[in-house]
Design a protein around this ligand. Sequence first.
Ligand code: DO4
Ligand code: MG
Length: 295
Amino acid sequence: MKIFRYRDEGNVYLGALVEQGQLYQLKESNVMELVAAARQNGKTTEGYVRAALQQATPIPQSIEELHLLTPVDAPEVWAAGVTYQRSREARNYEATDGKLDSTTFYDKVYDAPRPELFMKSTAARTVGHRDQVCLRTDSTWQVPEAELGLVLDENGAIIGYTVGNDMSCRDIEGENPLYLPQAKIWKRSCSIGPFIRLAETLEDPYALSIACRIYRDGEKVVDEQANTNQLKRKFTELVDYLKKDNELFAGTVLLTGTCLVPPNQFTLNSGDIIEIEIEGIGTLVNVAVYEQELG
Ligand code: DO4
Ligand code: MG
């Protein structure tokens, strides 16, 4: 069972996509309202939605025809870093120009009890499926980062999973780790969606294939695959650190780190189409452009 948001004639609706592919409009206006209604009725979110479907209005359009929005208006998007060996290797490469000869802070954080967690985005900077992500004008080494996203309630409970893109500037981060916020946060540097797969409907989130494909002028220029079974940490570890002495807001998304980094010589160009697919969750597609080219 997947939940999405869409716009139709100026109004925003919440929808459910069931296994057979049918789409239904739900009466709640956002996923956290849905979760609250389910809890009030003593049901799982899935159980609540299944019961509601009997009276729900089927959506006549196909999913491709709908104007999909971010599946949750996440007040904050946080991200974990160096949670996969692949990310550790890529960070070491960019920080040392490939001349690694000693232990770096990336090696240390990979093994430390405390994970790397950083603020990635706010609702206003986060875009959804088929929307445009932006490139920075002061970077020449930019990549998407394909990540599994956890959708959290205000207590840190995982209510569902989504697909995320943690757009990153490898040159800015590589120059100095203190530049991390600039390497990670700018206008439209984060995208999530198109769906939230309800947590209770996904048997094993630690065994999902993840793919990142990038198309340029109609040709596939990046095609990388990995699996969440390579994740070094458990989600509870990440969420527990995120919650420590912190206030979480309902609908926060926590990206769990990337296991896919394009080859070192690759940088995104304006017009590149980025496709991130996570098994059982969905495929998030975005076009990269510079701010002045936004359409
Ligand atoms: O260490 C910097 C960021 C790491 C990151 O974004 C990732 O591993 O996905
Ligand atoms: Mg990342």
